[in-house]
Ligand binder design. Structure first.
Ligand code: SF4
Length: 414
């Protein structure tokens, strides 16, 4: 879990962004902090529950203290019963891993580590650190259920591991030879990704990212847009991102009010014909493949631009060519109970007034917990084939093998 700190410039949690776009950290300073979303607050609460369950198992804690702490967490308005199940999963994973050490490992939670050997002024917080024999194990809990996060090649996790190595070096010296980083994300999958590296490999990686971290910190970076722009504070207004997606450099010299230069008109007319001489009018499959890769973040970029423009107009600024209107109105009952009573008075009974539909598999599983659900539903669950789905070739799944001539109808994008 990243430690919030208003003064951190180059952060471990932002590694994915600044390792690609070294200009981002200083550029972002010109934009206000984003409001903490309700999802982030839920995540913080879920982390506290995980930590409590972890401490209960690995450190001396009376049941009374545990219950009192849990009661406090349950009083939070964002509390969800599911948090107990995810915390139990996290604790059980740690328990299982601790059993793999020859003797009970040293285990600590919410460990703040110094990353300044690699990132100027850098620091971070490891959710759980375990040390035993020649192994250091770092485990991170993620509560999000939108995007799966892997610990493989995960710069944030590697940085935390480097910080933990430094912190515990005075006690363990050179006895630690191997490092394992793991990410537990039980709301998406029960499979926990792990990356094993030797300490030498990890330190060599750390040396190699130092120049980027320094460039990012000292404002010597270069802009580079890509999917990592998604969480950048200034992403809507970033020119590098606009050029990446819209090729704005083609319009250099054009009148920004919409008039085009003569040269651009000629280019446009040529484009309106069947392509410029020597350029085939039809895109090749190779070009479509490249365009699909380049266009992957296009929808996100458009959403960010729309959100920015809407907020700007609501704040009283002008975005030429755009205005904000009231969205489509949808009729609603002032009092749904009263409305249904009126319908009953008209002779319609509840069997007609209500749709009765079963909860989904996932909702039912949530009621019992995954383990119990697997026991009681043995033989009741099938896996119908998924729709053919377009993904990039680095996706781990095997290529789809059609079984009939019409199998490709209705291909979905992901
Ligand atoms: S939006 Fe993208 S390109 Fe622009 S500064 Fe942020 S990360 Fe860099």
């Amino acid at each position: 879990m990243a430690t919030p700190n208003a003064h951190a410039v180059v952060t471990a949690s932002g590694y994915e962004r600044w390792s690609h776009c070294t200009a981002a950290p200083r550029y972002e300073e010109g934009f206000p902090e984003r409001e903490t979303s309700v999802y982030a607050l839920e995540g913080t609460l879920a982390h506290s529950v995980c930590e409590l369950y972890g401490r209960k198992y690995f450190t001396p804690m009376s049941t009374r203290k545990f219950n009192a702490e849990l009661k406090k967490l349950k009083a939070d308005k964002l509390w969800q019963d599911e948090m107990v199940k995810t915390a139990e999963f996290y604790r059980d994973f740690l328990k299982e891993k601790s059993n793999e050490f020859g003797a009970m490992p040293y285990t600590s939670f919410e460990v703040r580590v110094d990353l300044s050997d690699y990132i100027p002024d850098g620091f971070g917080t490891c959710d759980c650190v375990m040390i035993g024999g020649d192994t250091l194990r770092i485990t991170d809990y993620k509560h999000g259920k939108g995007v799966p996060v892997s610990s493989i090649n995960n710069g944030q996790m590697r940085l935390y591991a480097l910080g933990a190595l430094k912190m515990f070096a005075p006690i363990y010296g050179d006895t630690i030879k191997r490092v394992c980083t793991a990410i537990v994300q039980p709301r998406i999958t029960e499979d926990v990704t792990e990356e094993w590296l030797t300490v030498d490999e990890l330190k060599a990686w750390g040396e190699q990212i130092k120049p980027k971290a320094q460039a990012a910190y000292f404002g010597m970076g270069t802009f580079c847009a890509g999917e990592w722009c998604r969480f950048c504070r200034g992403n809507a207004q970033c020119r590098a991102r606009a050029e990446y997606y819209a090729g704005f450099d083609k319009f250099v010299g054009a009148d920004i009010q919409g008039r085009m230069t003569e040269a651009e008109m000629i280019v446009r007319e040529q484009a309106e014909c069947m392509g410029a001489p020597g350029i085939p009018p039809i895109l090749s499959d190779a070009e479509i493949g490249e365009l699909l890769i380049e266009a992957q973040g296009l929808a996100d970029w458009l959403n960010d631009l729309q959100e920015y423009a809407r907020d700007a107009i609501l704040e009283g600024r002008e975005i030429p060519g755009w205005k904000v209107v009231e969205g489509r109105q949808v009729r609603a009952f002032k009092d749904a109970d009263k409305a249904l009573e009126i319908m009953r008075g008209e002779g319609y009974d509840d069997a007609i007034l209500y749709d009765r539909k079963p909860k989904t598999l996932a909702q039912l599983e949530k009621l019992t917990g995954k383990k119990r659900f697997a026991e009681i539903m043995e033989g009741q669950i099938e896996w119908p084939p998924g729709k053919p789905t377009l993904v990039t070739e680095d996706d781990k799944r095997d290529p789809y093998r059609p079984t009939g001539p019409h199998e490709f109808a209705g291909v979905a994008d992901e």
